[in-house]
Design a protein around this ligand. Structure first.
Ligand SMILES: Nc1ncnc2c1ncn2[C@@H]1O[C@H](COP(=O)(O)OP(=O)(O)OP(=O)(O)O)[C@@H](O)[C@H]1O
Ligand SMILES: [Zn+2]
Length: 858
């Protein structure tokens, strides 16, 4: 078996990868972690559902299930293995599903010579493990030969003992089988007798049946002939009946159609009359249209006439008013020219009036001012002031005197005897009295005089202040008058100026007033003029023209209407409409009648045809000479015959049923006998097997088989090994496999090499390259010893840990291995290996997924 190709879906680092192994030496190259070993894992898993980790861990991260497809090939044999995680395995041989489910598929693969233990420990070499075979050889052999299992077999509860017990049981059931067998054989011979008697009876019945069947066939032929005739007869008869029926119908219809021609000619006449009326339809329409137009025109004429009258009146008025309108315009334009002067005049005039008013007022005011003589008041004031001064100085004099007298009196009164204070003479009473008297009198006089002075002063003061007030007022009035007189002078000059200007404007102002009056007079006429101003002579003339046109139209239309009325008479539109309706009806009737005329012709010819056909059919029926009662008689005969036949058939069926039943039973009995005989034989075998197992158990428990197996295997491995080594380029003639045998085979298996001089060296002493060669040869030798042909070998990173020399030696050994194994797959990240490749598979990792590119090596 060679590996053809493997397909990985979501397996380890691969998402969807197909790898084909097209070369003899296929090299899978790529960086660390690219996904190379994953391909080897895929092959191992596809073959044996075995792998380095848990199955779920083999599913690509992030996916939920993985799938593998491996195709193996050997000449014409193609084996396709499908493995899935979670499981759902299948195996196809040449496209045919031959195994299903994990166990079955693995079993099938082992049957194809790919024992899982052998393949995984010899044909698939994991990273750097080429030489470990020397150390693990013993274990490998044990494993591949399943000696562990052998040991287990011999235990008292083991498989062999169990089998022996089973066989024992079988032997004991022997007696019952023999008894049953005898009974069945008796039944068998009785059944055989019955079969031969039944067969004889059936033979006779069959002969009778044949005779009846041939009679029946003949009768059936005759009936068939007659039935044929009957069918023909029936057909002719029914045709004839149909023809006769139709003939009746046709004749009846023809009778119905009598008098058709007369009805047609009546209708045609009526049609002509109606057509004449209908032909006037257009003329009537024309007439009515014209009548409508006439009314229309007349109305229009009236409307235009009214307009014309109105307009021509207006136009006349316009003409009359025209001169006044022109004057009005002149007046208005002159007014506009004068406007400015008028305004000036008005404003000046009103200013003048204001000034005059003011002047009058001031003149009045001046007149109202009192006339007071200021100098006179001044003189009076001066004299009063003088009088006042004189009175005041006199008063002062008198007061001084008064005070002096008073003092002298006081001194006199207070003076004690002695000297007179006044005259310095001696003071006596009489003197005192005299003096006192004198003084007192004078005091009284003075006092009176002072009082008078007081009054006089008062009155003078009053006079003075009154005069002073009067004086002040006089001065004020005087000033006021002078101011006003000034104002009046200014006003007078302004007024004079204005008056002269107004005088100049007076003429224009008068003209303005006159124009305004004229304008007012013209105003009414102007308003009337404006109303008719738009009317033009052309307009009036056009209206006149229109009137003429309309009146012409009217007379033309009247004439035409007269003519049309002459042609139509007193027919109306309704008359024509009803004639149209009638005409349509008449035409419909006519066409219906004409159709019937055609129908009638057809019917007539059909009648002739039918009559001929009836005659012809009667003739043919006569000729046929068929009689119904003949056919019925034959059918009755056939029925009798058939009944007989059914009975005989029934007999035969019964016999056959019986025979089959008996034969069935016979078969059953024979089968049972065969089974029993088989069982009896089995029991025999069981007995012998039990004996063999007893022997086997003895041999096994004494280790005899193991030593036998190993010695046989040793010989075969040794032969293969030397065979293979001889193909490699090393200088040793033979490799010997030495085994130290013990009961449990715990002893070692060791290799020694024999050089050309016949000297023995232990394997450890060989060179690195020689060791690799021997190790590879040993693996191949074991594989070949156990499986015969070896289809492939897989080496995963065989060159790691090797120096360049040994790498080179390994590569040549691999190439030499091609003599022993036809297909080699090498996984490496070492480009040097490409040297020996003839097919290269490049693996690289893009993102999280591995990708593969295949190429033929140079
Ligand atoms: N279940 C998984 N899903 C996705 N990737 C995985 C899974 N299991 C392992 N890997 C990754 O797949 C990659 C490829 O592993 P593989 O052993 O095939 O690489 P390799 O090419 O043989 O590298 P080396 O030369 O280092 O042996 C590694 O990066 C590994 O971590
Ligand atoms: Zn005196």
């Amino acid at each position: 078996m060679r590996l053809d190709r493997v397909y990985l879906k979501d397996f380890l680092s691969h998402e969807k990868t197909t790898v084909s192994f097209k070369g003899d030496i296929n090299v899978i190259v790529g960086q660390n972690g690219a996904g190379k070993s994953s391909i080897i894992e895929a092959i191992t898993f596809a073959l044996f559902r075995e792998g380095k980790g848990k199955q779920e861990e083999m599913i690509k991260k992030g996916k939920t299930n993985a799938e593998l497809e491996l195709v193996l090939r050997d000449n014409n044999l193609e084996v396709r293995v499908l493995r899935k995680i979670p499981p759902g395995d299948q195996l196809y041989v040449n496209g045919k599903l031959t195994a299903r489910g994990t166990k079955e598929v693995t079993k099938k693969i082992e049957e194809l010579g790919l024992n899982s233990k052998v393949v995984t420990s010899t044909m698939i070499v994991r990273q750097g493990e080429i030489e470990t075979i020397f150390d693990t050889l013993t274990d490998v052999l044990k494993r591949v030969m399943m000696i562990d299992n052998l040991e287990k077999l011999t235990e008292s509860g083991g498989k062999i003992k169990q089998l022996m017990d089973k066989y024992d049981q079988e032997v004991r059931s022997h007696e019952i089988y023999l008894e049953n067998l005898r009974r069945l054989q008796e039944e068998k011979s009785s059944l055989e007798r019955e079969i031969s008697s039944l067969t004889e009876r059936m033979e006779k019945t069959r002969e009778e049946l044949q005779k009846l069947e041939s009679e029946e066939a003949k009768l059936k032929d005759k009936i068939k002939d007659l039935e044929e005739k009957q069918r023909e007869y029936d057909v002719l008869l029914s045709e004839k009946r149909l023809a006769e029926d139709e003939l009746q119908r046709v004749m009846a219809e023809l009778r119905n159609l009598e008098g058709l021609e007369r009805r047609i000619s009546n209708l045609e006449e009526k049609e002509k009359e109606l057509e004449k009326i209908v032909s006037l339809s257009d003329t009537i329409l024309d007439l009515e249209g014209k009548r409508a137009r006439l009314t229309d025109r007349k109305n229009e004429f009236e409307r235009v006439k009214r307009q014309f009258e109105k307009k021509s009146k207006e136009f006349e008025q316009k003409r009359k008013l025209e001169p006044r309108h022109e004057e009005y315009q002149r007046v208005v334009s002159r007014l506009k020219e004068l406007e400015e002067y008028h305004e000036r005049f008005t404003s000046l005039y009103s200013t003048l009036r204001n000034l005059m008013e003011r002047k009058n007022k001031i003149e009045q005011e001046v007149r109202m001012l009192p006339r007071i003589a200021v100098e006179e008041i001044q003189t009076r004031l001066d004299s009063v002031s003088k009088e006042l001064d004189e009175a005041a100085s006199l008063q002062k004099e008198r007061k001084v005197e008064y005070d002096q007298i008073r003092k002298s009196l006081d001194a006199l009164l207070s003076a004690t005897e002695g000297k007179c204070p006044v005259c310095g003479g001696p003071l006596d009473e009489p003197h005192r009295q005299e003096l006192t008297q004198k003084y007192r009198q004078r005091l009284t006089e003075l006092s009176k005089e002072l009082k008078d002075l007081e009054g006089k002063l008062e009155s003078l003061k009053r006079d003075k202040s009154r005069l002073e007030d009067e004086h002040k007022r006089a001065i004020r009035v005087d000033a006021e008058r002078r101011g006003k007189e000034n104002d009046l002078e200014g006003l007078s000059s302004d007024i004079a100026r204005l008056e002269s200007e107004l005088k100049q404007l007076k003429e224009l102002e008068e003209e303005f007033r006159a124009m305004q009056r004229r304008k007012d007079e013209l105003e009414n006429d102007e308003r009337s003029y404006l109303q008719v101003q738009g009317v033009s002579e052309a307009e009036v003339m056009e209206l006149e023209d229109q009137m003429a046109t309309y009146s012409h139209d009217i007379s033309t239309l009247e004439e035409e209407i007269d003519q049309l009325e002459g042609r139509v008479g007193n027919l109306t539109k309704q008359d024509v409409e009803s004639a149209k309706g009638q005409l349509e009806k008449v035409r419909r009737e006519l066409s219906e009648l004409q159709r019937k005329r055609g129908e009638k012709t057809n019917l007539e010819s059909r009648m002739v045809e039918l009559k001929r056909s009836v005659d012809e059919l009667s003739r043919r029926i006569q000729l046929l000479g068929f009689r119904r009662q003949d056919l019925e008689q034959m059918r009755r005969d056939l029925e009798v015959l058939s009944k007989q036949l059914r009975e005989v058939h029934g007999d035969l069926g019964n016999l056959e049923g019986k025979l089959n039943q008996v034969k069935g039973r016979h078969q059953e009995v024979e089968n049972e006998i065969a089974q029993l005989q088989e069982k009896v034989k089995e029991v025999e075998k069981s007995r012998r097997a039990k004996e063999r197992l007893e022997k086997l158990r003895k041999v096994l428990s004494e280790g005899m088989l193991q030593s036998y197996l190993i010695s046989t295997l040793k010989g075969r491995i040794e032969n293969n090994l030397n065979d293979i080594v001889s193909m490699f380029d090393i200088s040793y003639t033979r490799i010997l496999v030495n085994m130290t045998q013990t009961k449990t085979l715990s002893g070692k298996v060791e290799l020694t090499a024999l050089n050309q001089s016949g000297q023995q060296l232990s394997i450890g002493m060989l060179s690195g390259g020689e060791k690799i060669a021997v190790a590879l040869a040993l693996r191949l030798a074991i594989a070949r010893a156990l499986t015969g042909e070896i289809g492939f070998m897989i080496l995963d990173e065989p060159t790691v840990h090797l120096d360049s020399m040994r790498r080179a030696e390994l590569l040549s050994v691999i190439r030499e291995s091609m003599n022993v194994v036809p297909q080699i797959i090498v996984v490496t990240h070492d480009d040097e290996v490409l040297r020996i490749a003839d097919y290269v598979i490049r693996v690289e990792k893009v993102g999280e997924s591995s990708r593969v590119k295949e190429e033929i090596a140079q």
